[in-house]
Design a protein around this ligand. Structure first.
Ligand code: MG
Length: 236
């Protein structure tokens, strides 16, 4: 991917690549599990109930924080027949509002990101490709103050191979001119590799379990780096 590379454009994921995201969900889920276990249900059961509903909701209603709150409330209410949820409702509401509070603040950008984007932007055209609730993702992008580094931001409700294929076609981009960079094997790396693009995985310790899947094997078009700061060494 170095000197002989034809790459002209870098497409970057946003959540958990440019800024913190999933940690808010993880912290909320942990607080929720702690609260319910105090009432006698097992951690395993709560986590299982939560993930079962989460998979269903994501499939049927999409991503985003409002859907997450809906999952929290639905699981909480379904325990009304087995535990006394009235007693813990104030604590539950506190967990929900703490989660909601992060929605009103700008995304917490990883510290090295702006300077690295400025550097990469000297040589490459930069794009963002993010998925989630469209309005919520757009707000995060605006509040991030990172848009000045990018030619364009693509905000999508899903990031699968069809999304990538459509973006390439709409912009008449050749696959070998593009590298996709992100933290999610499922949404950033595997679809890009399947289409013939290069990809850089920046693994993130708090990546959402639903974003994890095995990487396509034997990929010479894939690089894995430890942090965002390693990107210039790949592209210069
Ligand atoms: Mg991501």
């Amino acid at each position: 991917m170095k000197k002989t590379s034809k790459i002209k454009r870098l497409i970057l994921d946003a959540d958990d690549t440019l800024w913190e995201n999933n940690i808010y969900y993880i912290n909320t889920a942990e607080d929720f599990v702690d609260l319910i276990t105090q009432s006698g249900l097992s951690k395993e059961k709560i986590e299982q109930d939560f993930q079962t509903l989460e998979r269903k909701v994501v499939k049927e209603m999409g991503y985003g924080s409002q859907n997450y709150l809906y999952i929290l409330r639905t699981v909480f209410e379904q325990y009304a027949s087995v535990i006394n949820i009235q007693d813990i409702t104030p604590e539950f509401e506190e967990i929900c509002s703490e989660f909601e509070s992060h929605l009103h603040t700008p995304p917490k950008i990883f510290p090295e990101v702006p300077s690295i984007l400025a550097k990469l932007g000297e040589k490459y055209q930069l794009y963002i490709l993010t998925k989630g609730n469209i309005e919520e993702q757009k707000q995060k992008l605006e509040k991030s103050e990172l848009l000045k580094y990018f030619q364009q931001a693509f905000v999508e409700s899903e990031k699968d191979i069809n999304t990538y294929r459509r973006i390439l076609k709409d912009n008449q981009w050749a696959v070998d001119e593009i590298c996709m960079i992100g933290n999610s094997p499922k949404s950033d790396i595997n679809p890009a590799l399947k289409l013939g693009m290069c990809a850089v995985l920046i693994p993130y310790q708090h990546t959402w379990v639903l974003e994890d899947e095995p990487l396509l094997p034997n990929q010479d078009r894939l690089k894995i780096v430890q942090s965002f700061s390693d990107l210039p060494s790949l592209f210069y």
